[in-house]
Design a protein around this ligand. Structure first.
Ligand SMILES: Nc1nc2c(ncn2[C@@H]2O[C@H](COP(=O)(O)OP(=O)(O)OP(=O)(O)O)[C@@H](O)[C@H]2O)c(=O)[nH]1
Ligand SMILES: [Mg+2]
Length: 334
């Protein structure tokens, strides 16, 4: 059965892809077998993550980017992740319907709902990305609301991370938000048709640790013939407002440049491998905990250690080490 689905998926069948993503989202074993079956065909897709404050215009921008890439003849995939979807499920669905009606070109959409499991969400996003990759989606755009650890975690799955800012959402707060400067490869001040966009861009450049103008540093890509390949995160002004569009072509160009930079540096494959390893470790840490606990339960070690913990004879760290020492025997306890 898996083989038949795998063939359909590899041929790019949309229904098979949709079904497969539903399976992994529901942690259905059929999805996991299918992913294993097609995995040798993955690792080709370019994954671009968009993150940023709620309402910054990520979905709107993503739609424009999807159309831009599709117009170049690329097969595009979209994964929209919303951790708060238990509350806004209707809105999410509305998004999807709206996109399907308006989008031009070969784009495959998928929204993922967290159903309350944040860790599960980033895993589902990873699985959905890999399935789209297997189904021949060449560029995969991922949207998350940049609020918590789960979103940062999802952004690890991306080769290229775009942080979307907008004027009026608290420019200095957005720019200085912990971690924002580190996770972005490109920064977009969106809604540049509005008052305060230049100001927001200035804040962001300052938060990036230097004003490139002041240091004479070149934003974005420096090609090998000019001393590169090198990359310094550019801050771009973009508007998607109909009739006042601006900066979209420059953004697409900057994205292509970032990809070229990654390839030239040998980072493209490395980032994919890092992410695969991270997902392996995630599954391993869950599995290993359950495995160790089961073993410790079996021979009574767990009860004994828990009793000692309750008596306060062992502190939690010593208690955990006692269990590891018993289960691991002679092996060195970490
Ligand atoms: N003025 C202006 N408004 C925009 C622009 N892009 C999007 N908007 C509006 O901003 C609002 C939010 O846009 P979305 O694309 O839904 O923003 P988002 O960041 O995806 O929002 P969440 O997913 O809820 O976090 C919508 O009302 C858009 O019409 C723009 O370039 N200029
Ligand atoms: Mg959105």
């Amino acid at each position: 059965m898996t083989q038949a689905w795998a063939e359909k998926l590899l041929a790019g069948d949309r229904l098979a892809l949709a079904r497969a993503i539903t399976w992994v989202e529901n942690e259905d074993e059929r999805g996991f077998s299918l992913l294993q079956a097609v995995f040798p065909h993955t690792g080709k897709a370019w994954v671009i993550g968009l993150t940023g404050a709620p309402g910054a215009g990520k979905s709107t921008l993503l739609m424009r980017l999807a159309e831009g890439f599709a117009a170049e003849g690329l097969r595009v995939g979209v994964v929209a992740v919303d951790p708060s979807s238990p509350f806004t499920g209707g809105a999410l669905l509305g998004d999807r319907v709206r996109w399907q009606r308006r989008i031009q070109g070969d784009v495959f959409f998928r929204s993922l709902a967290s159903r309350g499991r944040l860790g599960g969400l980033s895993r589902a996003a990873y699985d959905a990305i890999r399935l789209m990759d297997a189904a021949g989606r060449q560029v995969i755009l991922v949207e998350t609301v940049g609020v918590g650890q789960a979103e940062v975690d999802i952004m690890h799955a991306a080769h290229t991370v775009v942080v979307v800012l907008a004027p009026g959402l608290g420019d200095d707060i957005q720019a200085n938000k912990a971690g924002i400067a580190e996770i972005g490869d490109l920064f977009v001040v969106h809604k540049a048709d509005r008052e305060g966009a230049e100001e927001a861009a200035r804040h962001m450049r300052t938060a990036l640790g230097l004003s490139p103008e002041a240091r004479g540093r070149r934003e974005g890509y420096t090609p090998p013939e000019e001393g590169g390949p090198a990359w310094f995160p550019p801050v771009l002004l973009v508007s998607s407002l109909p009739g006042k569009e601006r900066g979209l072509e420059a953004l697409l160009q900057a994205l292509r440049h970032h990809r070229r930079y990654l390839e030239e540096k040998g980072l493209f494959k490395e980032l994919t491998a890092d992410e695969d390893r991270r997902r392996m470790e995630e599954v391993l840490s869950e599995g290993a905990l359950k495995w160790v606990m089961d073993l410790a339960k079996e021979d009574g070690t767990l009860d004994e250690v828990l009793a000692a913990l309750r008596r306060r004879d062992l502190d939690p760290r010593a208690a955990a080490r006692r269990i590891l020492a018993r289960v691991g025997g002679e092996k060195k306890v970490p």
